[in-house]
Write a protein that binds this ligand. Sequence first.
Ligand code: NAD
Length: 446
Amino acid sequence: MADTYTQMVNSNLGRSVARKLGLPQPAVLRRYKSGQPLVTGPVVVVGDTPGADKLAAELLSWDLDVRRHAVPAEKLAAIILVLDELEHPAELERPVLAAAGSLRDLQPCGRLITLSRPAAEASSPHAAAARQGVDGFLRSLAKELRAGATGNGVLLGNGTATTSPSVLGAVRFFLSARSAFVDGQFLSVSTEDGALPPDPDRPLAGKVAVVTGAARGIGAEIARTLHRDGATLVLVDIPAAGDQLASVANEVRGTALQLDITGADAGQRIIDHAVQRHGRLDIVVHNAGVTRDKLMANMDQARWNLVININIAAQLRINEALLASEYFRSTPRIVSVASTSGIAGNRGQTNYAASKGGVMGMVRATAPLLATAGGTINAVAPGFIETDMTARIPFAVREVARRLNSLQQGGMPSDVAETIAFLASDAAGGINGQVLRVCGQNLVGA
Ligand code: NAD
């Protein structure tokens, strides 16, 4: 499972050999640890709109070293490009070239963040062209950044200000080491809902969260991360994984619920357990999922149905129970785990990609239903993550899959977990029905 190549090219000898041979040079990514500062250097806010001024003032109030103009040769933690009033593609030139002058000064694992508005909400072809231009610009620039730096964008819906709670929440997430493996992505904020947590190190304090498939892999890491962020955990997995489940539950001081999520009463059992043992239910993370890969020409009914039933039908049924429950009405959060296979497609994974495409469709359609309770539902779509699931891929295929993203390495389960923790937090209250990829900006497919 270990990525020994990344370790090797980060040694002095390995680095010079890789450089001479033109081999990939993945950086060791900065990852979040409790108490770590948000950034370790100046943040330049580029843009001359009132929205840029307000954002800069807000970042100053977070005690960041904020600059409106870069000082040449000074190493920067982040460049934030505020493009919230674009009306024509010609207006891109000034801010974009101002940011370009600072790119060489971006620290290793630095951040570039754009704030712009969705093209679909533009009132003229000129404005739509400018806004869509930001999309192409950011995705290309993210591919040019080096040394573990990432580029991501926040899309501000109509009437959403640069200082709306979830815009600030998204900026904070993209700035922080929590978003180490999120690259080349846009996140839409559509409402003014949400609130920044009083303690940024414990954003889930007081919440009760359920994680399915929590006995191992990504699910166990989600449980650890939500626990670190202050949540009380209910961990769900099948009875056959009972011992592992109990050990993760002990580690995070949560409770274990042995349950097959495909059972007709799974949703009700989850609600009953959370309410009886912990008095409430705030967050449900649909993580349990399986693969049964076969080329479609060889696909059989059992493989097809197992994957559809566990990966999407169970989530749909559990969500119906949650939506009907009086205990899931206080700013509830659902976060589902999809996959980039469901976006870009993957040979041998028609069943899996259908189920994960299904997760994304379900999330978009369920968003308005949860919004009526002040809640949200979103999905993360992981790319190549270093887990038992990907360790089973034959070596040569695995090595290619692992390098085919802008960061030239696989992500860690913690990268998926950090993104889920953010989407489950109050800071993401204005983000609903979205799919955020955690894939290091996969170079193939969507
Ligand atoms: P994993 O196989 O290590 O863990 C999955 C867990 O789900 C297991 O503990 C399993 O017992 C549990 N589970 C399976 N069926 C269940 C059921 N019916 N009821 C309750 N629990 C059940 O997998 P992982 O790699 O940790 O993946 C977790 C999620 O991330 C899955 O949804 C997967 O599709 C998704 N994902 C993983 C990757 C990756 O690279 N590993 C990439 C994209 C998406």
